[in-house]
Design a binder for this molecule. Structure first.
Ligand SMILES: [Zn+2]
Length: 341
């Protein structure tokens, strides 16, 4: 057996396909903006950061959402939005990121920023600026919220469709998987599909394989946010693999929310052995305390991954992305160079 050479993971080029806008905020920025506006933060976001979470029950998820709402409340000006996006890009670049698809639910910000269209324009402008200043390739995923009415999701799908080819590459569905009825969101996903967007709903995180099947059947997912619980049922996992659906696996998030007891229980080897395409993601670094390279580092340590395994994970992140083909070719060559180096 070759001993792993442990090449630096920050130097491994990768694409980041599962990062939420609000949850990408740096902890220091949260503290600074809250102090500026005299917003009192709960201890879990100050002295006890990163917070201890567990979403195994609805009470735990409610607590997670409460912290999320507090984080959202510190973003008050267009410059705050630009800063958040720029810092998310800088942090990904530091972690070896070459491409980022950042996910936002505009309805959480519409009231403060002149409506969901104005807010989307602002975020897209911030994305262009951040991409130019950092060199990171970036695109936006618009996500609907499954705890709101499916009509709201349709409105967001139409909005996302208007920006297809102009910075928006995907349409998602987030929040507590146990709430709302997945089939009710089918029409919204049909709108997004017709617009040519990647369909990237969350599923198979808090709920098991049956939720994966429902999301595949009713929403027609191209990628699954998490989808990690497909590993609970070999037949479902085979179906995911046969359909070519990529899984956005977020190990630190899974453990923080109690989906798995520890990092070694995150079933990455099971997914890979079955032939699944996996793209590791950080989900919400603000609440889980770990960014992009951290996901590769924890999986390397938990599952004794070789550098060849890690390079393949990075390649899969590029293949599952909606990045331009010329950029993908370039990045795949960079992964080969990392492994050869
Ligand atoms: Zn997520």
């Amino acid at each position: 057996m070759d001993a792993p050479r442990a090449r630096p993971l920050e130097a491994l080029p990768k694409a980041h396909l599962h990062l939420h806008f609000t949850g990408s905020m740096r902890h220091a920025t949260l503290l600074e903006l809250a102090a500026r506006d005299g917003i009192r933060l709960p201890d879990a976001l100050v002295h006890e950061w990163p917070p201890r979470l567990a979403a195994a029950d609805e009470k735990g998820w409610f607590r997670f959402q409460r912290l999320y709402d507090v984080a959202r409340s510190v973003l008050r000006t267009p410059d705050d939005v630009r800063r958040l996006v720029r810092e998310a890009a800088e942090d990904d670049v530091r972690d070896g990121g070459r491409w980022l698809e950042i996910q936002v639910d505009p309805s959480g910000y519409g009231a403060r920023f002149g409506g969901i269209t104005a807010f989307t324009d602002l975020v897209l402008d911030a994305v262009r600026e951040a991409s130019e200043s950092t060199g990171l390739g970036m695109a936006l995923v618009i996500a609907a919220n499954r705890t709101r009415h499916p009509m709201d999701a349709r409105t967001l799908a139409r909005l996302a469709g208007q920006y297809a080819g102009r910075g928006v590459v995907g349409f998602g569905l987030s929040n507590d998987e146990r709430r709302g009825s997945t089939p009710d969101f089918g029409p919204a996903f049909a709108i997004a599909r017709r617009a040519g967007l990647a369909l990237v709903p969350h599923g198979g995180e808090l709920l098991g394989p049956e939720s994966v099947v429902t999301v595949l059947e009713h929403l027609g997912a191209d990628r699954l946010g998490h989808g990690v619980r497909s590993a609970d049922d070999p037949r479902v996992l085979d179906r995911v693999v046969a359909a070519g659906v990529a899984l956005e696996v977020c190990p630190t998030s899974n453990v923080s929310l109690g989906v798995f007891g520890d990092l070694t229980s995150v079933p990455l080897p099971t997914l890979l052995e079955a032939g699944a395409t996996v793209a590791l993601g950080a989900d919400d670094p603000l609440l889980f305390g770990s960014r992009l390279a951290g996901q590769y580092a924890t999986m390397r340590a938990a599952h004794d991954l070789t550098d060849a395994d890690l390079a393949e994970l990075a390649r899969m992140s590029f293949r599952a992305s909606r990045m331009p083909e010329w950029r993908r070719t370039e990045c795949l060559a960079e992964v080969d160079a990392w492994l050869a180096g």
